[in-house]
Design a protein around this ligand. Structure first.
Ligand code: SIN
Length: 311
């Protein structure tokens, strides 16, 4: 039988597999990052989104497994920008995307100015979409503010930079965000962050399941797969070909990875399913993906990437 090749590309670095962790899952501490570096079939890794200062995040409980996914209100707990910068500069053992999150537009500029002045030359992702910060909006839902931030960032920033986006639900919004993003030399978009401000009700206890924000939190896992696929597809159809699409959301099987790539994803991230199943999930997903590709007669990811058929 012909060998199935899952190799992929991260902005010029070749990867053994198209699979990533979703930022936030098993990537906060040095131990967790080292675990990811040692995980087979994980092609590249993403750090927990770093803020300028370390953050405790929201009070517990802040993550809850649901039958068809999860709800979280983590609130960006992280060890701070300096820790993650040191990690990618000193300890990196596998291709890594440094994720950074700003609590305000001004923060984003400060963070990226520091990064521009640093020795780090690798890929960075600016998280414009965390739904769980009390009192702060998801910046990428404000198209004008996103345009302003990116315009200022790219007036000084010259290293590889992409953005993490929230899910969009209206075709007009896909047009509007793509118009903004296409103005800038972005390496990639990562779509989607969790579906913000869902609410789960524990009927027996008659109460919410996470503490912050009255129980409102980001949804992930199987229930968001159709939304994630729609965002990958819609953005791939609208963005400049030079802007890669990292598909995140709803992956529980190799078929889901296949579907993301068929919609146009260059790489595919897994979040909730890592929480549920552990890091062994990547071996299973890679094996299932290879099985599907073999059955269909595909040898490489390029054989079907973006080839979704319409009726
Ligand atoms: C969180 O820390 O609240 C989740 C991260 C994110 O949604 O960006």
């Amino acid at each position: 039988m012909t060998e199935i090749d899952l190799s992929a590309d991260l902005f010029g670095q070749s990867l053994q597999s198209p699979l990533l962790n979703a930022s936030g899952v098993h990537c906060q501490t040095k131990e967790e990052l080292n675990d990811l570096a040692n995980t087979s079939n994980l092609g590249a890794m993403v750090t927990k989104s770093a803020t300028l200062q370390a953050r405790e995040g929201n009070p517990n409980p802040r993550y809850h497994d649901l039958a068809n996914g999860s709800i979280n209100s983590m609130g960006l707990p992280n060890l701070g920008y300096d820790f993650y910068l040191d990690y990618v500069l000193e300890d990196q053992q596998k291709p890594t995307i440094l994720s950074v999150a700003a609590l305000s537009a001004a923060d984003a500029i400060t963070l990226l100015k520091k990064l521009q002045a640093s020795d780090y030359q690798g890929p960075t992702e600016l998280n414009l979409s965390c739904p769980n910060i009390v009192g702060e909006p998801q910046l990428a839902y404000d198209f004008e503010a996103t345009d302003q931030v990116l315009s200022e960032v790219f007036s000084f920033y010259t290293k590889p930079l992409g953005v993490k986006l929230p899910p969009y639900f209206d075709l007009v919004h896909f047009d509007q965000i793509a118009k903004v993003l296409n103005k800038y030399p972005l390496t990639h978009v990562n779509t989607i962050n969790s579906v913000g401000n869902g609410l789960w009700v524990d009927v027996e206890k008659e109460q919410v399941v996470t503490k912050a924000k009255g129980g409102f939190g980001g949804l992930g896992g199987a229930m968001v797969l159709p939304t994630a696929l729609a965002n990958v597809r819609a953005l791939r159809q609208r963005l400049n070909p030079s802007i890669k699409v990292l598909g995140t959301g709803g992956v529980t099987t190799g078929a889901d990875v296949f579907a993301h790539i068929l919609c146009g994803a260059d790489l595919v991230s897994v979040g909730t399913q890592v929480m549920k199943e552990g890091l062994g999930v990547y071996d299973r997903l890679a094996a299932e993906l290879k099985e599907i590709m073999a059955a269909k007669g595909y040898q490489t990811l390029d054989d079907f990437r973006g080839q979704l058929k319409e009726l």
